[in-house]
Design a protein around this ligand. Structure first.
Ligand SMILES: [Zn+2]
Ligand SMILES: [Zn+2]
Length: 373
């Protein structure tokens, strides 16, 4: 393999995306090498603009979503060369209570979020994506925006023959994280679901709420994205700047005076305030968005949380136990139609800069990159 290389995406400086050539990945036991067909864009637009990185990424380590075809397995593997697979993010320890109960690997105890203030050292954390290159002694492949990706076998899922890469690639942050959120929030047919702030995560939350037979109320104002909501079949779109926005929500929820569930997808006080206010008593607030850095948000424990009996949680990963149900959803023709609506752009990875500019202009739903082009 000495002559084989790996082409990866880098963001060497703000508003610059460039391909780089790295050594072909080295895979150890329990890992496969995947030729990546689709690498969806997630937070990389913001990285392209600000050049600020989360603990798990860097200018040469970008992307965490993806689907592709296995091109190399290790002895004893339960997979075969040629298998088409979804690759999920992170590399959970498979031993802690989070991992053994089928929860989300992003929340594995192997990632010491509680030590974040002291400065986590990403290269020391094997449960994250950088750990994948470290444990394999590989100079590339641990991340999503690459031609050849190293993936732990417990973080991949086979794609049925009838399911296209295009639809399967919605399994990560687009419809996967929001599938888990809808499961955890217990969205049921007939529920009124309020969705505040519509980017691709908001669109994913809309699709998951519609899939479960809920009535969807969108709080949003970006014309391009409101048009996508209308095309998805969203019944109610309310401008959060409208003085009567709360009365409009209440009018849709009858005697309950508020939505059963709210998905807040921006992580900013403007939408957090409105999602909180728009919930009914005993309603569930689910945070799917976070602003960069850590925005602090204040509320009254008594008045906002206890007296109104609000349940508030959040997350941004797919639980292991949800993979089967998620795959069933991705194979559903109606869900595939919704994916076709909200995946608005596809670019060769060599033109990632154009993709990131469109993401920053918000003239898009989800954007896919094609690493082989
Ligand atoms: Zn993502
Ligand atoms: Zn774990």
């Amino acid at each position: 393999m000495a002559d084989k290389t790996n082409t990866i995406l880098t963001i060497p400086e703000p508003r610059t995306a460039a391909l780089a050539t790295k050594p072909y990945p080295v895979a150890g036991p329990g890992f496969v090498i995947v030729e990546v067909a689709v690498a969806p864009v997630c937070n990389e637009g913001r990285i392209y603009r600000d050049h600020q990185f989360e603990w798990h990424d860097s200018p040469e380590h970008l992307g965490h979503e993806g689907v592709g075809t296995i091109v190399e397995t290790q002895p004893g593997s339960r997979y075969s060369v040629g298998d088409r697979v979804i690759v999920y993010q992170a590399n959970g320890c498979q031993e802690c209570f989070v991992c053994t109960q089928g929860l989300s690997p992003t929340h594995c105890l192997g990632i010491p979020y509680e030590s974040y203030e002291e400065g986590m050292a990403p290269q020391d954390i094997e449960a994250g994506l950088l750990g994948i290159e470290k444990v394999n002694g590989s100079a590339s492949g641990g991340f999503g925006m690459v031609q050849y990706r190293l993936a732990p076998e417990h973080m991949i899922q086979p794609i049925p023959d009838a399911l296209s890469f295009h639809h399967a690639a919605a399994a990560n942050c687009l419809l996967g994280c929001t599938y888990t959120a809808a499961e955890e929030a217990g969205v049921r047919p007939g529920d009124v679901v309020l969705i505040g702030a519509i980017g691709f995560i908001g669109l994913g939350a809309v699709v998951n709420a519609l899939y479960r037979g809920a009535t969807v109320v969108v709080l949003g104002r970006h014309p391009y994205r409101m048009e996508l909501c209308r095309r998805l079949g969203v019944q109610h779109i309310i401008d959060p700047d409208d003085d009567g926005w709360l009365e409009q929500v209440h009018a849709l929820t009858g005697g309950r005076q508020g939505a059963d569930v709210a998905f807040e997808c921006a992580g900013v006080p403007f939408y957090l305030d409105r999602c909180m206010a728009g919930l009914r008593r005993y309603g569930t607030m689910y945070s799917l968005g976070h602003d960069e850095g850590s925005v602090l948000y204040s509320l009254s424990i008594l008045n906002d949380l206890m007296e109104r009996h609000i349940n508030w949680t959040g997350g941004h990963d797919v639980r292991h136990r949800d993979r089967d149900g998620l795959l069933r959803m991705l194979c559903d023709p109606q869900a595939q139609g919704w994916i076709d609506t909200i995946v608005t752009h596809t670019f060769p990875m060599s033109r990632a800069g154009e993709a990131f500019e469109i993401a920053l202009a918000k003239q898009c739903g989800k954007i896919y990159l094609l690493p082989q082009e």
